[in-house]
Design a protein around this ligand. Sequence first.
Ligand code: TYM
Length: 403
Amino acid sequence: MQKKRIFSGAQPTGELHIGNYLGALKNWVALQEEYDSIYCIVNLHAITLPQDPKTLRQKTRDLARIYLAAGVDPEKATIFVQSDAPEHAELTWVLSCVARMGELERMTQFKDKSQKFGRRPIEAEKAHFEEIFVAASESNLENTNPPHNRRSTASFFQTLETAAAAKGTSVSEVVQAVIDSLQSKRDETRRSPAERASVGLFTYPVLMAADILLYQTDLVPVGQDQKQHLELSRDLAERFNRDFGVTFKIPEPYIPKAGASIKSLQDPAKKMSKSDENPAGSIFLLDDADTISKKIKRAVTDSGTEITFDETRPAISNLLTIYQLVTSKSAEDCVANFAGKGYGQFKGELADAVVEFLRPFQERVKQFDDETLTTILKKGAERARSIAQTTLVDVYAKMGIGR
Ligand code: TYM
């Protein structure tokens, strides 16, 4: 019997943290034994936010190393880079014509990310504004000749004259350009952060649906934050199947009971996140032992003293969940282990357990040389493409596209 298929991926941005590991990677490794597993490095998702090209290229390969070091076995699973299979971008276009604006507008991750990244650096904006404001208003003040402004007004006109001479235009044209620039800056600042977000950030879930649906995926192991995107993938597949005939398998989410949403060590109301400005909130996979211990010691706790799983005490529950997952103990055993112990002792034991858990991973990460990596990724892309092409040919045929 053919094995059922898994597809999942992570973005090569920021530093991967223990939430990514416990919510996703750990399960990928466990599931590769039983499923035909395809794990993708989603570099096309990464560019929905600005990236430095050199860093992105490096991080793409680093992430492949992380998959391998976590235990994804290239003999059992397919590992590849998203952009090496152009079918992802092609199917995205098709599915963008199936998706509705309304359903994308409901995606909470777009709302969060566009708020967070669409904002401009306020201080720089203000300084720039003030500069133009002063310049523009001084040009009007020239006739009223306010004594306290005389010198700066004179030097301002000097600047205008120099600019006009350099451009070969009149001073009044330069003044007009200053005023236009002021106006457009004002308009831009008035726009909401969401309006300044890239279109790609908005249509990101469609690319994710294409990733999954191209491979006739049965199961998608992800953390809780991707649940809504997965539901969209299912909706798009169902809609396409209804309109054009059965083409896509409807994928099921695989969201672990424990570890689906590891929280920030500094604020248990927020998930641990690669893009958190405060590094103290996350344990990064490549943090050294000392850094890990410090971050855990400084982690916020709740009132009370007991170390138990308790929804009303999210900070301790989160730390205990991390402990449970890195030690692979049952929830009961974890609670029993800390009965009667204080927070200090708990944090010490947790830090040791996390360090031990990450040690073999951190050693393996350095083992994969460039050549080995290139071979694995090339082989992975070939296999991925052979599956993806079959789906895409079927999609186009059903829609009346192509020969
Ligand atoms: P990304 O790169 O943000 O995260 C990779 C995986 O880690 C999970 N995760 C977490 N799990 C538990 N606790 C946390 N604090 C935590 N933070 C992140 C994520 O849920 C994810 O499983 N859009 C995806 C990548 C993607 C994808 C796909 C996934 C693109 N196409 C197709 C599955 C199938 C993302 O940005 O993941």
